[in-house]
Design a protein around this ligand. Structure first.
Ligand code: ARG
Length: 494
């Protein structure tokens, strides 16, 4: 066995270098501190590459077997926390390759045949991200399921719907929660699109131009599961693009940013709803903290932090876009900077989704299996708030329109009625019939039905409207979409 060139970084590249790297430059250029989390993907891709090299007769069966044996040992070492990551070896790729050669000798040095770290790292990141996307999809499903469960119990709970954060029209609380299910459903759709474009193989592009060895790239793609829905291998078709493309990372961060933006909207609403002035909902104490000075405080730290972390994820998206801007083809070391923002985006989104699923839906009680500690709803406070603010004024206008008045005239007439009611500090429904009739003679005793919150809700039967019957249809549709079966629990307000 010849000396391992990776044993000493000053000689790692060749005899070309006449002085060692300074410690500062070594730290500045190394990525092993953060890219070691790619080790599984790195080993997996190396094994697929080695298997193909063997099948193509580029390396011997014995070398391939030695590589497999060495990689198994390395995986065990890393798993057990015994692997000695070396800064001098710069990154995850060189660390693993150097250890492989230590363990199995020349076979380890043959692994890099027809490969460059440029196509290697692009492959690793894609493989890693693909699996992370799958984990995120599972969490998105959980969060949607949690929202759905709470919604199912609160179809008949009426809250004020807002525009401009002013009371607008009454809506079902379930309807409000289902708006978030729609958002997260779109996030899931976007993530599967991103996954499709992530799941393509750069390996075989070598440094930038392809390679002179007879590689079978489709074989590698198949063994890494980089196939489309028909099982066709997905191989990047231009070597220059393949080694330098980071679109998939940017797209992922864009999808993650949008998902966090949705989380931030939900967070903001939870924070508002939990304030003493609203008192609509409570979240379990473990998602809140106290104040070191004000003993009465219970602060919604988790939703607040999620709102804040949205900024950091959006920042990572901007970081990656700027990283790629104006980069000439093909690989540039700049690209090493893609990892930390990407990793942090995945970590932040994963933790946030997991916490939100639990905060909304609760956790299964070990004894009964029933979920406990999810979002708790103060239906009375919601309904009371909907009573204020003339939430059924539109219904009075619609009532007059149905009796023949043009809508604009009805609108004007109701504005007068609201003005009168507010000067008496009462609701429209509290005005006596004679007073209401003073605003328009078409008003009859059946007006009180139209002015009731429930009547207002029931009237909104358009597809996607807030009438409980429509909300139940949406609940059923979402249950089927999420694979939860077609019937939910009975709608008992809690
Ligand atoms: N650690 C490097 C990265 O993450 C691997 C690729 C290095 N390629 C190179 N030509 N120096 O981008």
């Amino acid at each position: 066995m010849t000396a391992n060139p990776l044993d000493n970084k000053t000689q790692a590249w060749s005899a070309l270098f006449s002085e060692p790297m300074s410690a500062l430059v070594q730290r500045y250029t190394a990525s092993v501190g953060f890219d070691q989390r790619l080790w599984r993907a790195d080993i997996r891709a190396s094994l697929a590459h080695a298997e193909m090299l063997g099948a193509q007769g580029i390396i011997s069966a014995a070398d391939q077997a030695a590589i497999e044996r060495g990689m198994a040992a390395i995986a065990a070492e890393i798993e057990a926390g015994h692997f000695d990551w070396k800064l001098e070896l710069e990154d995850v790729h060189l660390n693993i390759e150097a250890r492989l050669t230590q363990l199995v000798g020349d076979a380890g040095k043959r692994l890099h045949t027809g490969r460059s770290r440029n196509d290697q790292v692009a492959t690793d990141v894609r493989l890693w991200l693909r699996d992370e996307i799958d984990a995120l999809q599972a969490l998105l499903l959980e969060l949607q399921g949690a929202l759905l469960e709470v919604a199912e119990r609160h179809v008949e709970v009426i809250m004020p719907g807002f525009t401009h954060l002013q009371v607008a029209q009454p809506v079902s609380f379930a309807h409000h929660l289902l708006a978030y299910v729609e958002m997260f459903a779109r996030d899931a759709e976007r993530l599967s699109e991103v996954r499709r474009r992530t799941n393509r193989l750069p390996l075989g592009s070598a440094a930038l131009a392809g390679t002179s060895y007879p590689l079978d790239r489709e074989r590698v793609a198949r063994s890494l599961g980089m196939v489309d829905q028909h099982g066709q291998p997905q191989v990047c078709q231009n070597s220059l693009d393949a080694v330098s493309d980071r679109d998939f990372a940017i797209e992922f961060c864009a999808a993650a940013s949008l998902c966090m933006v949705h989380i931030s909207r939900l967070s903001e609403e939870l924070i508002i709803w939990m304030s003493q002035n609203f008192g609509f909902v409570r979240i379990a104490d473990r998602f809140t903290t106290g104040s070191s000075i004000m003993p009465q405080k219970k602060n919604p730290d988790v939703p607040e932090l999620a709102r804040g972390k949205t900024g950091r994820v959006v920042g990572h998206l901007m970081g990656l876009l700027t990283l790629m801007k104006a980069q000439p083809l093909a690989y540039n070391k700049d690209n090493q900077e893609d990892k930390e923002p990407l990793f942090d985006t995945v970590d932040t989104l994963r933790d946030t989704l997991r916490i939100f699923a639990e905060m909304i839906g609760g956790q299964p009680d070990p004894a009964t299996g029933l979920k406990q500690g999810g979002l708790s709803v103060n239906a009375a406070a919601m309904e009371q708030a909907a009573q204020k603010g003339y939430a059924t004024a539109t219904d009075l206008a619609d009532y007059l329109v149905k009796k023949g008045l043009p809508f604009r005239d009805a609108h004007e007439c109701v504005a007068h009625a609201v003005k009168a009611a507010s000067s008496h500090a009462c609701d429209l429904a509290e005005l006596p019939l004679a007073v209401l009739q003073g605003f328009h003679p078409l008003i009859g005793p059946d007006v009180y039905e139209a002015l009731s919150l429930r009547g207002s809700l029931e009237a909104r039967q358009t597809v996607g409207g807030t009438a409980p019957a429509q909300v139940r249809l949406q609940l059923a549709r979402q249950r089927v979409r999420l694979g939860l079966g077609s019937t939910g629990p009975q709608n008992q307000p809690s």
